[in-house]
Write a protein of this length. Structure first.
Lengths: 304, 315
């Protein structure tokens, strides 16, 4: 564009005052707009930096091994996040076992077996997109009504929370896996079919392996979302004073974001230091997972 | 399912039994894959039922007129009041603040990524912005409470400074949180605008500003509006930031420096209180929840439709 405007200016000799003023106005407006669009990105990046620096500065004094090895305590200097970390691990385990296989299975069906024109499958398509946008606390209500109480009446235990989070991230897994599967050209499957493979053989041995990097990226982001999610767990009775690690699916539990919320919402500001330290741990986990996901996407992104 | 059978090419001539068992096995596999997909319907029905049944019981005890027009919200107190307007007002105020941040900034950031950024800059800036969307909301809440609120309180220029808990700081931080969502969907829409339209405008002497604002943005408008609607829906449904930074007092006011409670924050706070199953306190969670769900559902459906529209135009 810059070349275009300079050419226009150069060609008008002698410059008519009107056009040259118009040129000045255009250049100023263009410059201002360029500043605005760049500035908006910089605002986002600045907040990201401020957020990380603020957590580091506040939490640094408490960031040591005892934070990770200790259990919650009513004394801020002794308080730790061991039970919270283990609780989070248990929930991640459930999400891995429940949400990822079901999500990938659903995506394979939608992309490889379903007739995309049939009204029923279009309906499922809209349903999944909508589920992805349902507020997370509504999933908490679902878990409260059917899992923690009501039908299953499991109580405030690891399994309830893990299943609720699995439901929450399921649409994320499905949508990401569908995109990964869609990116594999149909000629791959056609080739397998031409060689006499059944459709399932072609899908499971050719299409699915080719889509693994994309599916892995989506799954990591989904797990990272589950790790950071606190709102639905509030409704499931996660906010308790838990000084032991979960021993099974039926254990009461706490989780990292819930522990942070607990400390942030205390009036005693010393607990804010503990919260900031726990935030550093949580950010390390989620940002690392995001980085791995982005790396995977770039490293194995195939153009067919 | 029948489609699958017809689409599958004639299989190799195998021994009858083997071919039969393979076909049978394959049907089971495809059937279970279908069940995975159908689980999304079960979940949706589950959410609707989970919200609807206790809500109906709630509205059997509390008249909907009182619920939707009452200006006092104190459901868990002895002298209980069930007017949801203070919660709706709180949600509205926080959402407006967040929208005032994330809509313009998100759109401008999308224009930057789609029209201005060099390829190398873009490949670095875009994932970095996406990190903002991956940060847990409880961290944003902490940031709002311990960084933005003190910043506002220390540098306040107009009248009474914000309280320790205030809607403004929660809304501002929420706006930044939603920025990447708005930017990413808007950019998708702008990316779908054919290059020939830009080239045509440039050939007519349009500057980059004019191409961006008069060609690319109008051409991608349905996608951009979809991004806006989804962004607002995210703001309405966000819980942790408001719960931490906006305070827990229902407060029917439009003064953003005051503490207020949103619908989501009430649900979270009530959930923390461990209401006895079947009590009126328990049922209010669902009554507020269904109001929240219906609001976000309408916005989500509008957004999904708009996205589909622009995909149909240019794909």
């Amino acid at each position: 564009m810059s070349t275009l405007t300079t050419q226009k200016d150069a060609s008008t000799t002698p410059p008519i005052s009107l056009t040259s003023r118009r040129g000045w106005w255009h250049r100023t407006r263009d410059g201002a707009f360029r500043g605005a669009v760049t500035g908006s990105v910089l605002v986002g990046l600045a907040v990201l930096v401020a957020l990380i620096v603020q957590s580091l500065v506040e939490g640094w004094p408490k960031l040591d091994w005892s934070l990770i090895t200790s259990f919650p305590s009513s004394f801020p200097e002794k308080a730790g996040i061991q039970s919270a970390i283990f609780g989070t691990f248990w929930m991640v385990g459930i999400v891995l076992v429940v949400a990822i296989p079901i999500g990938v299975g659903a995506a394979v069906y939608m992309e490889q077996f379903a007739d995309t024109e049939a009204w029923f499958n279009r309906f499922i398509d809209v349903i999944i997109q909508n589920l992805a946008a349902v507020p997370s606390i509504v999933y908490g209500i679902l878990g409260l009504a059917f899992l923690a109480r009501g039908f299953l009446n499991l109580g405030p235990v690891v399994l309830t929370a893990g299943l609720t989070l699995s439901f929450l991230v399921l649409p994320v897994v499905i949508i990401a896996s569908r995109e990964a599967l869609r990116a594999v050209p149909s000629s791959i499957l056609d080739g397998a079919l031409a060689l006499g493979a059944t459709r399932w053989q072609g899908v499971s041995r050719q299409v699915l392996p080719a889509a693994i990097p994309g599916i892995a990226t989506g799954s990591i982001l989904a797990v990272s979302r589950a790790i950071g999610e606190a709102a639905p767990l509030l409704l499931l009775g996660a906010l308790q004073f838990i000084t032991f690690n979960p021993t099974g699916l039926n254990s009461s539990f706490t989780a990292l974001p819930i522990q942070i919320f607990n400390w942030v919402s205390r009036p005693n500001v010393e607990f804010h230091v503990a919260a900031a330290a726990a935030i550093i741990v949580l950010l390390c986990i989620t940002l690392l997972m995001n980085a791995v996901a982005i790396w995977l996407r770039n490293r194995f992104q195939q153009t067919w | 399912m029948a489609v699958v059978a017809t689409e599958r090419p004639a299989s190799r001539p195998l021994e009858g039994l083997e071919a039969g068992s393979r076909r049978y096995r394959e049907k089971i596999i495809v059937g279970s894959l279908f069940l995975c997909a159908a689980l999304s319907i079960v979940l949706t029905v589950g959410i609707v039922l989970a919200l609807l049944i206790p809500s109906l019981e709630f509205f059997g005890e509390i008249s909907p007129v009182e619920f939707f027009t009452g200006t006092e919200w104190a459901p868990l107190f002895k002298n209980s009041k069930f007017g949801v307007l203070p919660l709706l007002g709180g949600t509205l105020v926080v959402t407006l603040i967040a929208a005032a941040i994330c809509l313009p900034l998100g759109l401008l950031a999308a224009i930057y990524l789609s029209e201005y950024a060099a390829r190398r800059t873009r490949s670095f800036v875009k994932p970095t912005l996406e990190i903002l969307a991956g940060i847990p909301t409880v961290v944003y809440g902490f940031f709002a409470l311990t960084f933005i609120t003190p910043l506002l309180r220390d540098n306040w220029l107009f009248g009474t400074p914000p309280g320790v808990f205030n809607a403004l700081s929660a809304g501002l931080v929420m706006g930044i949180m939603i920025l990447p969502t708005v930017a990413s969907i808007s950019e998708d829409a702008m990316y779908a605008v054919p290059q020939s339209l830009r080239a045509g405008a440039a050939a007519l002497g349009a500057t980059k500003y004019e191409i961006s604002t008069r060609v690319v943005v109008p051409a991608g408008l349905s996608g951009i509006i979809a991004a806006f609607v989804l962004g607002i829906s995210r703001a309405v449904g966000e819980t942790m930031i408001v719960l931490i930074a906006a305070g827990g007092m229902p407060n029917l006011t439009f003064n953003p420096v005051e503490a207020m409670q949103t619908m989501t924050a009430f649900i979270g706070a009530a959930g923390l209180g461990d209401q006895a199953t079947g009590s009126i306190g328990y049922k209010t969670i669902f009554a507020v929840g269904i109001s929240l769900f219906v609001m976000t559902l309408i916005m989500n459906i509008i957004s999904i439709r708009l996205v589909r529209k622009y995909r149909e135009v240019y794909d």
